[in-house]
Design a protein around this ligand. Structure first.
Ligand code: SF4
Ligand code: SF4
Length: 715
């Protein structure tokens, strides 16, 4: 049993399910050389002409650009740039109708050619002298994307890591009318083979298989001549059947392999490139010519010359048609692409883009007039024709019902939109139209689902971040609180402060939560007064207990006043004592001995007062140190008493002095004490004696008040 490769070497070709044989009508254009067109007055160059994203615009309105100059820059992997097809000035960058079935407007650069067709400097590469990265970079910078299908960026498709068994070059071009690749192979076969060699260097496949329909004998001969004696290059002619040029269909034809649903050819070791793409790669690498033009088949019976033309990218379709002698009919249809997979355009100013391989301008009868759609008769002809082995009838039902689950179940994604089913449908149902609409709806649903998923991911990430920040804040606050408590505990105030803070917070909270009325305010004041009174009583009790242990402090101010009062008392007593000898020097009757005794008592009392004052002075510094701010609010009642004592002592001293003066001015009375006693006993004898006593009493009162003040002083 020969291996697959041996069968391929032997020239074996397989078949695929379904397919149709529409009239090819290729003979109209496949015998004429590719025509060169005049440079049009305006070029409309869409900034994105491939599957992917547009590059960054490098020019601005008013700039003069050279032929081949990059107009955009590929700033990510899915971007490929566009280039100036000729030299000229940038007129505008604006929205222009796209060359797409949707006819949506898209950003387009409008270029006014200057007719000089002046090239920028070019730097050809030798593929044998540069590395793979340089080749890939050149392919991307030249703006090359797939030219035979959807326009996937070529530099991504050929940058593979897994081993490649077969590189398949698609030269089938199975759709009716289209002969662009055929003519390219006839005229530029050697360039195409040069491009294939660059691909071989990038992919290193076991074999190169060039698939081409057997209705292109000239192209086959040209390719075989260009290949020469190269090993493992095989040109394989396949039967003319539509759609042999479908990717999965051609793989099956050349290798008998089926690409599983939802998978890529690379998954089974196969890479496929279009013959036009191979030509573009050769031009980009060997001549540094970016993708600025392509061969386009212009056909239809409304044209005077049906032919292939080398059209600049950006050429308006109307210019292309006019260059071929277009005579429009009423209800004229213009189709971009072939009659099977192409689409009609309403705006004929849309431009030629990189994937435009054909423009048809048929007469009304040429392709058959559009007829009314009829009901499905369930004949099953569509299923027989489907090259993807799908069930077009069921797909039609579910497309109309918008049942996306069922459409997925019936593998709508494997539909290549070849139109074979619609071609055979006796009810004239435009099946492909329904499938395209359904695919667009599915893509929109998937986009919405992706956006929702991304939004949910962002929401989850935000929620997680907020929670994390909240937790971090909480931990930080706890650490700070712990540090504060530790500091407060170290200073011995933690509990009081915490309690005070808690009480203040509780009061604040209570006030903020519930506004107080007048009665409540009064009650609150009374409560505060009661708390203050209780606090004072508690403090006094504590001071009393402390004084009992002889450790009671006094305030800094009051003891000083008490000391002053005591000093005044001492001075008074001293002065009294000094005045007393003078009195005693007078002739003293026997009955004036008693005053002398009182003076001694006053002196003793003054000495005691001095001793106490001294003791107070010694205990004062400790008291000052122990004083707290709360103590300063206590009323200063002892201060007033001390003043009174001082005043009393001063009065006593004044009286004593006056008494002494009177004693000096009344010698007779002293000489006759008998008379003195008999005449004015209280005025002569009693005053000195009584004043001394009063002074002593005043001093005692002062001392007692000072002592009481000490006892009543808050801690
Ligand atoms: S070919 Fe047309 S009529 Fe026949 S089953 Fe398919 S959709 Fe229905
Ligand atoms: S258009 Fe789709 S369903 Fe119809 S024949 Fe082609 S692949 Fe099959």
């Amino acid at each position: 049993m020969p291996t697959l490769f041996q069968q391929i070497q032997a020239g074996k070709v397989w078949d695929f399910h379904g397919g149709i044989h529409p009239p090819s009508r290729k003979e109209r254009t496949n015998q004429k050389p590719v025509a060169l067109l005049d440079i049009p007055d305006r070029l409309y160059i869409p900034l994105r002409q491939h599957i992917g994203v547009a590059g960054k615009v490098l020019v601005k309105v008013g700039d003069r650009v050279l032929k081949g100059q990059a107009l955009t820059q590929a700033d990510n992997a899915m971007a490929v740039p566009v280039h100036a097809p000729t030299s000229g000035m940038v007129l505008a960058i604006e929205l222009h109708t796209s060359t797409h079935p949707s006819s949506l407007a898209e950003p387009t650069l409008v270029l006014a050619p200057d007719g000089m067709d002046e090239w920028r400097p070019r730097k050809p590469l030798d593929p044998e002298q540069v590395d793979l990265y340089t080749l890939l970079e050149r392919i991307q910078e030249s703006g090359i994307s797939g030219m035979g299908g959807a326009g996937f960026p070529t530099h991504i498709k050929v940058n593979v890591k897994q081993p490649v068994d077969y590189l398949i070059i698609n030269a089938v071009e199975c759709e009716p009318y289209i002969t662009a690749d055929d003519m390219l192979m006839q005229e530029r076969a050697s360039d195409i083979i040069a491009g294939i060699e660059i691909l071989v260097k990038l992919l290193n496949p076991k074999a190169v298989l060039i698939g081409i329909e057997d209705d292109k004998p000239i192209a086959v001969a040209s390719l075989k001549a260009a290949i020469g004696q190269k090993d493992n290059y095989f040109v394989r002619e396949v039967p003319t059947k539509y759609p042999s040029g479908g990717e999965k269909q051609l793989i099956q034809l050349l290798t008998n392999k089926e690409v599983p649903a939802g998978r890529r050819p690379l998954d089974i070791g196969i890479v496929m490139q279009n013959v036009g793409t191979a030509f573009a790669i050769a031009q980009a690498v060997l001549d540094d010519i970016p993708l600025i033009h392509r061969v386009v088949t212009v056909a239809g019976e409304t044209l005077a010359q049906q032919q292939n033309v080398l059209a600049l990218i950006g050429t308006p379709i109307s210019d292309l048609l006019n260059a071929c002698g277009f005579q429009a009919e009423p209800k004229q249809r213009i189709i971009v692409g072939g009659p099977m997979m192409g689409f009609a355009i309403a705006d004929w100013s849309v431009p030629v883009v990189k994937t435009t391989n054909c423009v048809l301008a048929p007469t009304e009868n040429e392709l058959g007039a559009a007829v009314e759609e009829m009901d499905c008769i369930r004949c099953g002809a569509c299923a027989d024709a489907c090259p993807a082995s799908l069930l077009p009838q069921q797909l039609l039902w579910y497309s109309k019902a918008k049942d996306q689950d069922k459409l997925a179940e019936y593998n709508l994604s494997d539909c290549i939109e070849c139109g074979a089913c619609a071609y055979v449908c006796p009810s004239e149902i435009p099946l492909v139209h329904y499938y395209r609409v359904a695919k667009a709806e599915i893509r929109e649903t998937q986009r919405e689902a992706l956006k929702a998923e991304q939004a949910k991911a962002r929401f989850d990430a935000r929620t997680e971040r907020l929670e994390r920040e909240k937790q971090e804040r909480l931990e930080r606050n706890q650490q700070l609180a712990a540090q504060r408590v530790a500091q407060q505990q170290a200073s011995g105030q933690a509990s009081q402060s915490a309690a005070a803070v808690q009480q203040a917070l509780a009061r604040t909270q209570q006030q903020s939560d519930q506004p107080l009325d007048k009665a409540q305010i009064i009650a609150e004041r009374e409560r505060k007064k009661a708390e203050a009174l209780a606090y004072q009583q508690q403090k006094q009790q504590a001071q009393t207990a402390t004084l009992a242990e002889d450790t009671a402090p006094v305030t800094a101010e009051d003891p000083r006043k008490a000391a002053i009062a005591a000093a005044l008392a001492r001075a008074k007593a001293k002065k009294q004592a000094e005045a007393q000898p003078e009195t005693m020097e007078q002739p003293a009757p026997a009955d004036i001995v008693a005053p002398e005794v009182d003076a001694k008592k006053a002196a003793v009392a003054a000495a005691i007062a001095r001793a106490k004052a001294k003791k107070q002075a010694e205990t004062q510094p400790e008291t000052v140190e122990q004083q707290t701010p709360a103590e300063t609010v206590v009323p200063d009642v002892p201060d007033v008493d001390a003043k009174k004592a001082a005043v009393a002592a001063a009065i006593a001293r004044a009286k004593a002095k006056k008494l002494a003066e009177q004693a000096e001015t009344q010698p007779e009375a002293k000489a006759t004490p008998q008379q003195t006693l008999s005449a004015e006993p209280e005025e002569v004898v009693a005053p000195p004696d009584q004043d001394a006593k009063k002074a002593a009493i005043a001093a005692a009162i002062a001392r007692a008040k000072a002592k009481k003040q000490q006892n009543s002083e808050p801690l």
